[in-house]
Design a binder for this molecule. Structure first.
Ligand code: GLU
Length: 476
């Protein structure tokens, strides 16, 4: 159980921030400027639904405008409140700086249970919320660009983009007002999988450094690693799926809102996901042991723990019992500041949220660029690239004939080599590159400074110094 001394989510983020800035030479004024949230707008609006007026409360918080537009998702949940939105907006600032997405940090939330409303009702609610934000430039391609978060997805983003267009009929860049849209409404290939894919790429990069793997008391690569995933939403599902299908990990437990599933032989992620879609939860899934108190599964022995649901799930109440030597924060803020202290003392290696889940905003950045450039990635160069590859293959064939067909190309070489990169390949390549560079920036600080003993502090140091450099360049 959580006790009273657990700080709030926002305080938790501030504590982690303070721990990092204590190791930096920032002027106190600048430190304060970076830490505080610039503004949080609260709106209460009524929508006539089912014969009566329902009032909804929504927020859009802007943490830092050292770069514009500011960026960050919109969350739909009954648990949304100002403190949470502000903590998430701050994390967006640090996340964008870490992965060099040229944005400030923002976040929005609407206090609503999306499952309690029909699709057409949710559309009305979303359009009304969007209207309130658009008229204050809190949704705008140049100033504030939302994206999906918990409880929202492509559908909501398409409504928001359309609402913006209705209110800004001559804005040729209207599609760039929001990211995470469906492909046919100006989205980009690979955005839905992006955060989960980023978690996978983050782990690939971590396992490229034997020293770091050793720090987590692990060895070898990802193949055969035993993984526990908490939350099989968009992020957890894709991360688990890729780790299992492409990297040979065994998903030994999946935790959902109604309990946990355990199977030492490994769970079939796709089958569990289908089960949840059909039955609303994991209970009753046949090929696993069902644990009603799901949070207990977080404490099981495994190699990698992937909290991919929401903030505060690893707190001072359970941190001591967490056995995973490596935790990758696929969600935002799943480990409280208090739990972080306990885990660091135990020697647990934590790959922090602002890095681990940055795949979403990275691909959002690509989508925004695509919308502003009005052309899909790969459209210009793809066939030219294929043509040049064809030239080389023809030449190889010619030389081979010349020596009496002495050698043979491996069967799928031609097919793979000849295919020019389309949008999905380019998005994945850009994401992979981003995750590698950001990890290397963090690990360099982690390993080169005696006073930095964990990746989170290293991540904050990298981010804060970049944000500080932007402010200094503006003359602050
Ligand atoms: N909501 C996601 C996050 O927390 C994505 C934000 C975005 O794409 O702007 O990072």
């Amino acid at each position: 159980m959580k006790t009273k001394i657990e700080p709030s989510f926002r305080e938790s983020v501030d504590l982690m921030f303070n721990r990092a800035v204590a190791l930096m030479e920032l002027s106190p004024g600048l430190e304060e400027k970076i830490r505080v949230c610039n503004a949080t707008y609260t709106v209460r609006f009524g929508v006539r639904l089912r014969g009566q007026i329902h009032t909804f409360t929504g927020y859009r918080s802007v943490h830092s405008e050292h770069m514009e537009p500011v960026k960050g998702g919109i969350r739909y949940s009954l648990a949304v409140h100002q403190d949470e939105v502000e903590a998430l907006a701050a994390l967006m600032t640090y996340k964008c700086a870490l992965v060099e997405a040229p944005f400030g940090g923002s976040k929005g939330g609407l206090r609503v249970d999306p499952r309690a409303w029909e699709e057409h009702e949710l559309e009305q609610i979303t359009r009304r919320f969007a209207y309130e934000l658009i008229k204050r430039d809190l949704i705008n391609p140049a100033q504030n660009v939302p994206a999906p978060d918990m409880g929202t997805g492509e559908r909501e983003m398409a409504w928001i983009a359309d609402q913006y267009k209705r209110m800004n009929t001559t804005d040729i860049n209207y599609r760039a007002c929001v990211t995470g849209k469906p492909i046919n409404a100006g989205g980009i290939q690979g955005r839905v999988e992006a955060t989960g894919r980023g978690v996978q790429y983050a782990l690939h990069e971590f396992f490229r450094h034997p020293e770091d793997v050793q720090a987590a008391h692990l060895s070898g690569g990802l193949d055969g690693k035993r993984v526990i995933v908490q939350g099989l939403g968009n992020v957890g599902y894709h991360a688990a799926k890729f780790l299992r299908e492409e990297d040979g990990c065994k998903i030994i437990a999946i935790i959902e809102h109604d309990g946990g599933l355990m199977n030492e032989a490994g769970l079939d992620v796709e089958a569990v996901r289908n089960w949840i879609t059909r039955h609303g939860g994991v209970k009753g899934y046949p090929d696993a042991t069902y644990i009603p108190e799901g949070a207990r599964c977080l404490e099981e022995v495994c190699d990698i723990l992937v909290p991919a649901a929401m903030e505060g799930v690893i707190n001072i109440g359970n941190a001591e019992r967490i056995k995973a030597p490596l935790i990758i924060e696929a969600a935002n803020g799943p480990i409280t500041a208090g739990a972080d202290d306990i885990l660091r003392q135990k020697g647990t290696v934590i790959i922090p949220d602002m890095y681990a889940n940055a795949g979403g905003v990275t691909v959002s950045y690509f989508e925004w660029v695509k919308n502003l450039s009005h052309i899909r990635f790969g459209r210009i160069g793809r066939r030219q690239e294929e043509g040049r590859h064809q030239l080389l293959v023809n030449e190889l064939d010619r030389l081979n004939h010349g020596i009496g067909d002495a050698w043979e190309l491996s069967p799928d070489f031609k097919q793979k080599y000849l295919r020019g990169a389309g949008e999905l390949e380019l998005v994945r390549s850009g994401l992979d590159d981003t995750m590698r560079s950001a990890y290397q920036a963090m690990r360099e600080v982690w390993h080169s400074r005696q006073d930095v003993t964990d990746l989170r502090t290293a991540a904050y140091l990298v981010s804060i110094s970049r944000v500080a450099a932007s402010y200094r360049a503006m003359g602050l």
